[in-house]
Design a protein around this ligand. Structure first.
Ligand code: AMP
Ligand code: MG
Length: 184
């Protein structure tokens, strides 16, 4: 039935929102980072998922392409939990370059957003991840880059772009808006 891409910068809670939504609707789910981690760790390239974005860019793109091909073979309505852009130590890597879009053919791109202050607090309290404790301006810049590139992805594919706010203590509202906005 089609691919729905769900994105959000690290710490915004996009995985939490999509997993909660899956309690209410019928769909498949795949985490792009899981697929990339499986490929990269099998080759002995990384031992933690947060090391993937620090690999040489060409290698990230190669693993990214292989992951897209694996994901595209899934059927039905599929939520693909991923990133519009990945912050590497050297700059922003597009999460959905042209060849990934051509493979996945998404019908919708959902951006889960929150206020930079909320995201910073969530990152600081999440000890399971090796996330950078970026200053607020970096968080703001990353969300801005993601909005812009989402419209480029939309222009290339015709996918609808939807923004869902995931504010503190309002997860149910975010999930409700998420479910209501689905196009497939
Ligand atoms: P996550 O757990 O969603 O933060 O994903 C873990 C890691 O997987 C990210 O930090 C990226 O290095 C990588 N990743 C996930 N989605 C993509 C993508 N579309 N393109 C490139 N790298 C990705
Ligand atoms: Mg996530």
């Amino acid at each position: 039935m089609g691919v729905i891409v769900v994105t959000g910068i690290p710490g915004v809670g996009s995985t939490t929102v999509v997993k909660k939504a899956l309690e209410k609707i019928e769909a498949n789910y795949v985490n792009y980072g899981d697929v990339m981690f499986e490929i990269a760790s099998q080759r002995g390239l990384v031992s933690h998922r947060d090391e993937i974005r620090k690999l040489p860019e060409d290698l990230q793109r190669k693993i990214q392409k292989e992951a897209a091909e694996r994901i595209a073979s899934m059927g039905g309505r599929v939520f693909v939990d991923t990133h519009c852009t990945v912050r590497t130590p050297r700059g922003y890597l597009p999460g959905l370059p042209k060849w990934v879009l051509e493979t996945l053919k998404p019908k919708q791109i959902i951006l889960v957003e929150a206020d930079p202050e909320e995201i910073l607090r969530r990152r600081i309290s999440d000890e399971s991840r090796k996330r950078e404790k970026s200053p607020l301006e970096d968080i703001e810049e990353h969300q801005e880059m993601n909005r812009k590139v989402a419209m480029v992805y939309s222009t290339l594919t015709g996918a609808i772009v939807t923004i869902i706010k995931n504010h503190d203590n309002r997860l149910d509202e975010a999930v409700e808006n998420f479910v209501k906005s689905l196009v497939v």
